[in-house]
Ligand binder design. Structure first.
Ligand SMILES: [Zn+2]
Length: 257
């Protein structure tokens, strides 16, 4: 039986995700931006969390953990490299570890860039990727703690996964990302169609999450920095992909969408 998944909007633009293994009843919460919305979603579903999977140390991903841990006693799993900054961790993981949630199993990817210790969780059987602030729908996280070239390598790691992988990211930034993407990949028909769909989805107040990795590969410029069309559009024909990636990441930092 496939995993059951619930998206939980938190704070102003964050997402937590609930993943349940129907066979065992085990439930994982991926990141806890706040306890209120997450507890409400768990209570509404009548689910009890057994695991909390943490992607990185930023407060808007971990600040609800103590309340959840106290209420449910869930086991908290997260990045070894950031363990000293995530005091609630019970289990420290890094690539190539795996994590089990009942009968579900996730592989860990080290994806440095946004933070040095950021990890992603890939449930291969269920075709689910929890990419948090590494890969966004039509975007990627800011390269805060590592050079953009390091983040590019992390994104290449995720890009190897199958097209039908369902991607959950940590924020609803898709509308601004779509508008920015059109500035660096203006002739991409798939991107234009997706951007129009995103405008409608957000105008209706609905989440744009999840997407598929196939969609991201076709339309997300941060996964396409090695496409000659993008290099040309940003005036860097023939440049190394990591340099093109760095340029578009810097342009996005100052983009007012
Ligand atoms: Zn973050």
């Amino acid at each position: 039986m496939a995993a059951e998944v619930r998206l939980v909007p938190c704070l102003s633009d964050n997402y937590a995700v609930l993943v349940r293994d129907p066979a065992s009843g085990a439930v994982a919460v991926i990141d806890v931006p706040e306890e209120g919305a997450v507890i409400a979603a768990l209570e509404a579903a009548k689910w009890k969390p057994t695991h909390i999977l943490v992607t990185h140390k930023h407060a808007d991903h971990i600040q609800g953990i103590p309340a959840l841990k106290a209420r449910y006693g869930a086991k908290v799993i997260g990045p070894r490299a950031e363990a000293s900054q995530i005091p609630t961790l019970d289990v420290q993981v890094a690539e190539p570890d795996t994590v089990e949630v009942g009968g579900l199993r996730a592989k860990i990817f080290d994806t440095p860039g946004h933070t040095a210790g950021h990890i992603c969780y890939w449930f291969e059987q269920e075709k689910l990727l929890f990419a948090a602030d590494t890969l966004f729908a039509l975007g990627c996280g800011r390269a805060i703690e590592k050079p953009a070239a390091v983040l590019w390598d992390s994104l290449l790691k995720l890009r190897q996964l199958p097209d039908d992988t369902v991607v959950y990211c940590g924020h609803e930034y898709t509308l601004t990302n779509a508008r920015f993407s059109l500035t660096v990949d203006p002739n991409n028909a798939a991107l234009k169609a997706r951007a129009a769909a995103v405008e409608k989805t957000r105008a209706a107040g609905k989440p744009t999450i999840p997407s598929t990795l196939g969609e991201e590969k076709a339309t997300n410029p941060f996964l396409r920095a090695d496409d000659p069309a993008i290099a040309e559009a940003v005036g860097m024909k023939g440049a190394a992909p990591a340099a093109v990636f760095t340029e578009i990441r810097e342009r996005k930092n100052s983009f007012k969408g």
